[in-house]
Design a protein around this ligand. Structure first.
Ligand code: TXA
Ligand code: MG
Length: 326
């Protein structure tokens, strides 16, 4: 790459989708909405395009990418599905679930995208614009969250522009994403293992499997892990204080539920993830509220306790990472 690119932002009409497909085919980078967060897409079969993508994100190349495809049939050309994987894909694709599977012998995805692993992460997104781009392109598209490495994932086109303006060719603006946290990642390499809690609740997956999901054991050599799940992956600049029962004067408050924490009146700024205490609404608001409070100039962000069931597992996971950063 030479100088900065002139990044264009466009609504997902037919002309913009056609441009997105053209940029991808030419080895370019296109940010587009999925139902979880915005992704930064590149042709998964083009090693040079994948290298550009790592550079644009400032992402270490040992952290592998998710390949996005239109349907299960396309996914089967890239990886081997066992019975559990077939059941999960059949139940939840298209949707916010990523499966880590053994790579097919003739998988055309560039090795760099898998960071040298013999497994591949696959996802079939549900968002209309993403689906149109994938079917127009006809090849797998690798798409990490469209943020600079280490930043909070983007849930609007404005977030993408703030992080990656000048580094991508085109941003497709489909408005705020519906789910708001990244996909749930499950490895099916034997007993299914939850690698990353996300937009599809664990409870829903376990009901489909008929048994509990094993948890990835941090530090265990034989356990598959999501290499990108570094503790500080989602760090805002402002320090976070979790499970806050009260708010110190001058702090910002990330609230949850109808009853605010004690001292909320003295907060510099208050944003509520969900006044009615709804975890789905809270997940959708999480990253944009974190970005907004990070910009408020407070010394700390106090975060009220959030239940840990359903989407609360992913919300608490991302908050714990945000709190352990910087
Ligand atoms: O919702 C999402 O999944 C979004 C949208 C854009 O699809 N994408 C996303 O990608 O969150 P990214 O790159 O930010 O996170 C992908 C995670 C990383 O933690 C990476 O280490 C893990 O998936 N991963 C990728 N391939 C893997 C593999 N073969 N084994 C284990 N983990 C893998
Ligand atoms: Mg990410």
């Amino acid at each position: 790459m030479t100088g900065p690119l002139a990044t264009r932002v466009a609504k997902p009409d037919a002309a913009a989708i056609a441009d997105a497909v053209r940029f991808l085919a030419g080895g370019g980078l296109v940010a587009f909405p999925t139902e979880t967060v915005y992704g930064l897409g590149a042709d998964a079969t083009n090693g040079k395009a994948v290298a550009r993508l790592y550079a644009a994100k400032g992402r270490p190349a040992f952290n592998p990418l998710i390949a996005h495809v239109t349907d299960i049939a396309a996914a089967r050309t890239l990886a081997r599905f066992d019975a559990d994987a077939t059941r999960l894909a059949g139940s939840f694709w298209p949707g916010p679930l990523t499966l880590v599977l053994p790579k097919a012998g003739d998988c055309p995805v560039a090795d760099l995208a898998m960071a040298g692993l013999d497994t591949i992460a696959l996802r079939v997104p549900a968002h209309d614009a993403a689906r149109k781009i994938l079917s127009g392109f006809g090849r797998p598209v690798v798409a990490p969250s469209a943020n600079r490495s280490g930043h909070v994932s983007p849930t609007t086109a404005e977030h993408v522009l703030a992080d990656l303006g000048g580094r991508v060719d085109l941003i497709i603006d489909g408005g705020a994403t519906a789910v708001g946290v990244e996909s749930t990642i499950v490895a099916c390499l034997g007993e299914p293992v939850l690698l990353r809690p996300g937009g599809l609740p664990r409870e829903t997956i376990e009901r489909a499997l008929g048994h509990p999901l094993a948890a990835a054991v941090a530090g265990a050599d034989d356990a598959p892990r999501a290499p990108g799940m570094l503790p500080s992956h989602y760090a805002p600049r402002t320090p976070l204080r979790l499970d806050a029962g009260q708010v110190e004067a001058g702090a910002a408050l990330l609230a949850f539920g109808p009853k605010l924490a004690a001292g909320a009146g003295g907060a510099l700024r208050v944003l509520n993830l969900s006044e009615r205490g709804d975890l789905t609404e809270a997940a959708a608001n999480l990253f944009s509220h974190l970005r907004a409070l990070d910009a408020a100039g407070a010394k700390t962000i106090a975060v009220m306790p959030i239940p840990r069931h359903d989407l609360g597992e992913a919300i608490n996971d991302r908050l714990a990472r945000a709190a352990s950063g910087r």
